[in-house]
Design a protein around this ligand. Sequence first.
Ligand SMILES: [Zn+2]
Length: 399
Amino acid sequence: MKVLILQPTGSQKVDGYVRWSCELIRKDGQQVRSRDVLWFEAPEHDQAALQADDGEPFLIAALMQAMKEARDIEVRGRVSKMLLQNLEEYMAFWVATAPKVFSSVQISADMVSVGIPDSVAGDPLGTEAAMAAFSGGLDATFLAWRHHTGRAGWRSRQIRFFVMLSGFDIQYNESAHVDASMSNAIQTLGSIGASLKTLRTNLRKVLDVPWNHLHGTALVACMHFYKHQARTMLLGSCEKYDDLIIPWGSSPISDPLLSSSSLRVIHDSAEFSRSEKAAGIADWPAGQAHLRVCWLASNPGGNCLKCEKCLRTMANFASQGLPVPSSLGGSEAYLNKYIFRTKLRTQPQEAEWRAIAAAGVGRKKSLWQYWVPVMLAFSKLRRAYYVATGQGARAGVNR
Ligand SMILES: [Zn+2]
């Protein structure tokens, strides 16, 4: 029998940080095949915490790795029954939508807790205090502004704090990038009086699951270290309800299935396209001025102004008849210059550019807008070629 044992090894303080670790032990029958250490780390002053026997963040983080290897999971710690119930459904979702990649596995835990933790007693549903991850990108910025201005109606929440995570797009040891992104985020959030905490992890170093699939569980696992301060996390949407890409690491179908009795996960803003989100922050100058959307920028904390993501975000604003923010070059010049060499590599990218083309219909066209249908046609051809030659993963078809 193949198993993945999750053995939390507690916390330790090093240089002003607290680190929580968990050993990932792969066993084939009686033989230990490998041992890795997964860790999460936060500055002491941010008051992140995790009860010593809590196995939930490690289980959520490692779930897709175990599913990919068809290994049953044994958690040497405590997990809530609600999380176990939800994760079975979460696995059912992935097995149905990506059957070539993932298998359903058995999960067992040393202790299964039932009911709502005592610490939520003052808030029976445990949902009013909210938190959200903040990367500085358009989705997170829109989410922050939407809730700050009460535009989410009854769903509007006072977000107690935001958390910037490193170890995902920014590597945790790239301190110049981390510091510059933090500084940008603090200026954005400071303008609405919101505070920012941080957390870093080596998750992507020890887990070998495509990021397209992993990012939902990765985000939720990280936020567990702040759940004693807020029992609900808002997870900003990627695609709009009418344009969902399935399977994808985060969606309104799967994200709520990562909720446990101590942390509720809400997928937020899926009624908006990315271009509509751009329009949604048109009245927030600080939000626009410090957008950080780029994964490639060589200037720390900035945007390269050439890559697909940078160009797409410029187009999100321009297609709504809005000026391109200064953080993205301040005009359509970069779009007009670089769009001709942009390749779309995933289906969500295609969906986003299709929506941008639709949003611009009826307005006077800029040069770049004539190229979008051509870019989409090339992308379809490329995907068809890769699928036909058995290289679907190269075109983002990794089901
Ligand atoms: Zn870029």
